[in-house]
Design a protein around this ligand. Structure first.
Ligand SMILES: Cc1cc2nc3c(=O)[nH]c(=O)nc-3n(C[C@H](O)[C@H](O)[C@H](O)COP(=O)(O)OP(=O)(O)OC[C@H]3O[C@@H](n4cnc5c(N)ncnc54)[C@H](O)[C@@H]3O)c2cc1C
Length: 446
């Protein structure tokens, strides 16, 4: 199996661009697609521009966990709403998205893991979640023949979905509702007139719109910087592997401190290192070192530093920060950010899986891939209007957990754009936290 969405996959959304729309959405990941979904429901006309392929980047490459468990308390109300939206999406999209409420388990190897789980239970109780602490025997009952776990944290109502299937199928449903979706359509710049957003300049021409949503994942800060707005956003490479089909010994998602796994609809398991990322040092690393410092310090043992990103990456040393609207931009030079996976890490994953489940042994690997996870210093997103660029709303920096919450974020962003009540307290997600002297407090990152 090769990874299903790549730059050379044929474009599926190739219709004409409208000259104008009520709202232009930049980015065809889960956030952009779900924002367009709810904007359409509010009766607004939407054009969605994707530089490469729908869900080509993080939204297809992720683990497929749809979880409340371990989240920042400020995200929980949006996530609870997201899960109830997921419940109805299969019927609304008239397509199987692989969504199943099969539970999420964190398995503990050490007493300090249990202590961290216990601390998070306070938030679970406050929000009425079904999360519970498990003892050794209960973990063994869930994961038969497993080795070495002393307890765990389980949220049975959490879920899984199939990343490279779900978001493209949601986009298909959106297109059937009349949303203009354009792949191979990079937004080169915002069109600014009289100090406010008047639309976007794409590689295929202008679209007039007095409201624009930027949901560009790892590229958002680059586009914003072109317009003089800086956000502290960095990305890390995360490697993932898919086993060949295996007997179903566990139907949900589970992790410990060394690896994570999830049952897939095609009969295999998706495996990933628990806490290992690779960080390519670039100009933004120096620019944003201060706000990121608490997070970097906490994650240092699980982070491998590399001196430079490959060519054309968002924070590459030679990636232009300024460009003309009538020339090819960095967004067109990298249609789909498709990092090379770390093969040594894939081999270690096979070892860890085989060690944890000796009866199954080292699994055969059907495919390996990687994704660039875009993150903010406090590991929670930005969901806000951009005061310096009136008409622009930003939904980015999902910090490694935006797939599950995507439908909730899409609903919230659509209502912000439509001038309606967001329905949740978004204070923690405000953009100004990075410029008004606020203390940056990283979320629980469990
Ligand atoms: C390995 C990995 C594992 C993960 N596991 C999980 C998980 O289990 N559960 C979970 O909830 N989350 C997980 N995540 C995080 C989750 O995948 C992301 O938070 C989420 O997909 C982000 O969605 P997005 O729409 O913001 O960004 P993306 O999916 O990255 O989409 C952004 C899109 O914008 C496009 N774009 C950017 N700039 C422009 C431009 N100028 N013009 C046009 N288009 C543009 C890009 O091409 C891209 O397609 C994981 C991520 C990775 C990489």
């Amino acid at each position: 199996m090769t990874f299903p969405i790549r730059a050379d996959s044929p474009a599926r959304f190739t219709g004409p661009l409208p000259a104008a729309a009520d709202v232009v959405v930049i980015g065809g990941g889960v956030i952009g697609v779900m924002t367009a979904w709810f904007l359409t429901r509010r009766g607004l006309s939407v054009a969605l521009c994707e530089k490469g392929r729908i869900a080509g980047e993080q939204s297809s490459r992720n683990w497929g966990w749809v979880r409340k468990q371990g989240r920042d308390p400020a995200e929980l109300p949006v996530m609870i709403e997201a899960l109830s939206i997921w419940d109805g999406l299969t019927a609304e999209a008239e397509a199987d998205l692989g969504f199943r409420r099969t539970g999420i388990l964190y398995a503990a190897k050490r007493p300090e893991d249990i202590a961290r789980y216990e601390a998070w239970l306070v938030h679970a109780r406050e929000h009425g979640l079904d999360t519970k602490l498990l003892g050794r025997a209960e973990v063994e009952a869930l994961l038969p023949n497993a080795a070495g776990w002393i307890g765990g944290l389980l949220t049975p109502s959490d879920a899984r979905a199939e990343p490279w299937i779900a978001v493209p199928r949601l986009a298909d449903a959106l297109a059937r509702k009349g949303v203009a979706i354009a792949e191979d359509c990079a937004v080169r710049a915002l069109d600014i007139a009289g100090g406010r957003v008047a639309g976007v300049v794409t590689e295929r021409g202008r679209i007039a719109a007095d409201r624009v949503v930027l949901a560009g994942g790892a590229w958002s800060s680059l586009l914003l910087a072109r317009h003089g707005a800086r956000i502290p956003q960095l990305s890390v490479r995360a490697t993932v592997a898919a086993t060949a089909p295996l007997p179903e010994f566990y139907s949900g998602a589970a992790s410990d401190s060394s690896f994570a796994m999830r049952r897939r609809a095609d009969g295999g398991y998706t495996l990933a290192p628990g806490h290992f990322h690779e960080f390519f040092i670039g100009p933004d690393a120096f620019r944003h070192l201060k706000p990121f410092w608490p997070h970097i310090r906490a994650e240092l043992s699980g982070t491998r530093l590399l001196p430079a990103a490959p060519r054309f990456y968002p924070d590459g040393w030679f990636t232009p920060r300024h460009w003309a609207e009538d020339r090819v931009t960095p967004f067109e030079r990298m249609r789909v950010l498709d990092p090379v996976p770390n093969r040594a890490e894939v081999e270690r994953l096979r070892d860890r899986f085989g060690h944890a489940f000796p009866a199954l042994g080292r699994p055969a690997i059907a495919a390996a891939w990687a994704g660039m996870i875009d993150t903010m210093p406090d590991v929670v997103p930005v969901i806000d209007h951009v005061a310096a660029l009136p008409g622009l709303t930003l939904a980015t920096g999902m910090s490694g957990h935006g797939f599950g919450i995507g439908p909730g974020v899409g609903r919230v962003v659509a209502d912000l754009v439509a001038g309606r009540a967001a329905g949740h307290d978004l204070t923690r997600f405000r953009l100004s936290r990075f410029s008004d002297g606020s203390k940056i407090v990283p979320g629980p990152s469990l």
